[in-house]
Design a binder for this molecule. Structure first.
Ligand SMILES: [Mn+2]
Length: 404
């Protein structure tokens, strides 16, 4: 697919595979054929589940690792499983690989395969991925994970009925620190005072019949992060995450590292934001069928990821080469364009080394309308998206532009 560049960019790195699902809604437009139901069932649309590869060492975005699309089944009288109520009753007998939620294991493993030249893999996901089958699948493939806990699971413990939250309540706070958090849908950007606990637990295999082939217990590390009331902004929900991970945690530094990797999930939220209303506006496009829509969504997703790569690399802190995000033709074009976008004073020149992604970010931002002054707000996703589209259209004329 479109992941060859990601494969190369991952070479020799510990890669975080950030995965999440998002709904694409096309409203009630009767022209949209073959889409499924989304939202509360009145709107048409489908779902996407991308995996984005990040460099664990510095958070630099290495590209799209994999993406999976699906839609909700239409009701079909000849197929009882298309009836949501019936399906729900029978779900415990359905093998994991046939469930929609198998995407949390399968799509992440696809991304791991894309990035086979990486030295280490850690899958990072929110509460929806708290699935025993998925965690066992990662362990069996020697792939690490950091997954936010959702269910109060039974533990493989001498006391029967003993559960995760009860065990957690017996642990004491081992570390306190403050962490600056970006703005999300749920809370404002602020510095949170955090209390941290960690330790080991052995999760028990769920009782359902279809998981009998899996190990009876899974030993993992658990980190609990809780915000103290003093740092909570207004009536917002305080941070409270319980993270399940394969990473060893014996010290505050290791616990903070796992928390920081979990926080890099923010990147995929940003990609979704760029993809939707504020950026590429995919939900207002006029393509009519599911297959075409999924193709269009893939292209838009690739652009949104590329925008993220450029935004994160703009000050040079991710230390990435330009080839992480651009083809050789685009690289030649960017180097050619840079001097034409520079001003006369030293402050208006591209300050980055000519083979770095930061060098490209400067050019793309200038093409997107950024003035190139350090006193200005740094260029964001929208500016970068406009600049990238200009570069893409210039690339059509690259032979003429680049010929001496
Ligand atoms: Mn999610």
């Amino acid at each position: 697919m479109h992941t060859e560049r990601t494969a190369l960019a991952c070479t020799g790195h510990h890669v975080l595979h950030i995965e999440d699902s998002s709904e694409l809604s096309f409203g009630m437009n009767p022209m949209c054929r073959g889409l499924g139901k989304v939202g509360c069932g009145k709107e048409q649309g489908f779902f996407m589940h991308p995996v984005i590869a990040l460099n664990a060492a510095n958070g630099g975005c290495l590209g799209l690792g994999a993406v999976h699309f699906w839609k909700r089944k239409e009701y079909d009288p000849t197929d009882p499983m298309s009836d949501p109520a019936y399906r729900h009753r029978k779900l415990q007998y359905v093998p994991f690989c046939e469930k929609d939620r198998a995407r949390w294991l399968q799509t992440a493993m696809e991304s791991v395969n894309t990035c086979h030249l990486a030295t280490q893999h850690t899958v990072v996901a929110d509460r929806e991925a708290d699935i025993y089958e998925a965690m066992c699948g990662f362990v069996a493939a020697q792939v690490g994970f950091i997954i936010r806990q959702s269910d109060d699971r039974h533990l493989n413990h001498t006391k029967s009925g003993y559960k995760l939250c009860e065990e957690l309540s017996t642990w004491s706070v081992q570390h306190r620190y403050s962490l600056s958090l970006p703005k999300t849908d749920k809370r404002s950007a602020h510095t949170a005072e955090l209390e941290v606990k960690w330790g080991k637990m052995t999760l028990a295999r769920p009782k359902s019949g279809v998981v009998k082939h899996l190990p009876a217990g899974l030993q993992i590390s658990v980190v609990e992060v809780k915000e103290t009331p003093q740092s909570v902004v207004n009536n917002e929900t305080p941070v409270h995450w319980v993270l399940l991970t394969t990473h060893t945690i014996d010290s505050a530094d290791q616990a903070r590292q796992v928390i920081q990797w979990y926080c890099s999930r923010w990147t995929i939220e940003q990609v979704f934001r760029t993809l939707k209303s504020k950026g590429l506006d995919i939900e207002n496009s006029e393509v009519e069928t599911y297959e075409r829509m999924a193709n269009l969504a893939t292209l838009a997703l690739l652009t949104a990821v590329q925008v993220m790569q450029i935004v994160q690399a703009r000050s040079g802190q991710t230390n990435q080469p330009m080839s992480d995000a651009f083809s050789q033709l685009e690289i030649n074009l960017i180097r050619h364009l840079s001097p034409t976008l520079e001003g006369n004073t030293e402050k208006q020149k591209n300050p980055h080394p000519p083979d770095s992604l930061a060098f490209a970010a400067w050019v793309i931002a200038r093409l997107g309308g950024w003035k190139g002054l350090a006193s200005q707000k740094p260029p964001g996703p929208i500016t970068m998206k406009i600049g990238l589209q200009k570069l893409q259209s210039l690339a059509n004329y690259a032979p003429a532009i680049l010929s001496p």
